[in-house]
Design a protein. Structure first.
Length: 318
């Protein structure tokens, strides 16, 4: 235990020193937003086929994001898109410039790749509600990808994952004491009715994602993709990305990576087709689905119902 802690401290120091000599242009990076277990690792691995790129892994994970904790960032922080928050802007400027590195954010890259890269691929989980604000603060040359997956598939996967499996099945919703928590307080009475873990996870999805989906700039200032479309029509989905970004891929490598399971994927789930899309149905009871439908209805979620496929597909409407 002591040895591992010391090793990580030394590695963090090494990455911190390295970050001082790196200086990426923030507006030239490739940025991916998604929910945890939303397919972002798979998409990030595909995007990493772009030459001279290096991956920055989930820089908003609060267990490893000391700088963001110090300004009282929440796990799913929201900032009104026209609000001026200098401290937050400064930290994101550092993230996008490669100036915040540690053993967590560099876990699937190395110093050689960072040295030789011209662009960063930055994978955000839990940052969706920040997308309207960030795209007002930074004029990205490549529109960020916003990867949307059926919330029932997400929470089904999350509840089997070690990051959430230790949560009690019965749990109430506590409104976080963070800046701009009015997005929760405005639903205070409804949140008092939340009694189960799956409901809590779905509430988080609804609150943070409706902010993006209901924004008038949705699928205009960022590329909104349905995970289900990516699984069922990967070539057509990639064609949209390639056309939006004006980038080239090695076609053979692209097909190989698309058909490969991601490093964080569920080894038990099907890799392709509708069997993959509807895999979550095997893990939710009808009683759960009925309870979860109540949450979707309350938040007036239009994009997904209890059907495995999206009611609104954004992938080919951009």
């Amino acid at each position: 235990m002591f040895y591992n802690r010391l090793k990580n401290q030394l590695l963090d120091y090494y990455w911190h020193q390295l970050s001082k000599i790196l200086n990426y242009d923030p507006i030239n990076n490739f940025i991916i937003f998604s929910e945890p277990r939303g397919g972002s690792t798979w998409v990030t691995e595909i995007i990493s086929l772009i030459p001279r790129t290096a991956i920055i892994w989930e820089p908003l994970h609060l267990d490893y994001a000391k700088n963001f904790r110090e300004i009282n960032f929440g796990w799913r922080q929201y900032i009104p898109e026209n609000y001026k928050w200098d401290e937050a802007y400064y930290l994101f400027q550092k993230v996008f410039s490669g100036k915040i590195l540690n053993t967590w954010t560099t876990q699937i890259t190395d110093s050689r790749r960072l040295f030789n890269s011209k662009f960063l691929i930055i994978k955000f989980c839990r940052g969706n509600a920040l997308l309207p604000w960030l795209t007002k603060q930074f004029q990205f040359n490549k529109k960020p990808i916003y990867l949307l997956r059926h919330p029932f598939a997400l929470l089904s996967s999350q509840m089997k994952h070690s990051g959430w499996s230790n949560m009690p099945d019965k749990i109430s919703f506590d409104i976080p004491n963070i800046p701009f928590n009015h997005i929760y307080n405005s639903h205070k009475e409804f949140l008092k009715t939340i009694k189960y873990k799956d409901e809590l996870l779905l509430v988080n999805w609804c609150i943070t994602n409706t902010i993006v989906l209901d924004n008038k700039r949705n699928n205009i200032d960022w590329i909104t993709l349905n995970y289900e479309d990516f699984v069922l029509e990967p070539k057509n989905t990639m064609t949209r990305i390639i056309n939006e970004w004006n980038v080239d891929f090695d076609y053979k490598l692209l097909i190989k990576q698309i058909n490969k399971r991601s490093i964080t994927g569920d080894s038990r789930s099907p890799l392709k087709g509708m069997n993959q899309v509807k895999y979550w149905e095997s893990f939710l009871t009808q009683n759960q689905i009925n309870r979860l439908r109540r949450v979707l209805d309350y938040f007036n979620v239009k994009s997904y119902t209890t059907d495995p496929l999206p009611r609104i597909s954004y992938t080919f409407e951009g």
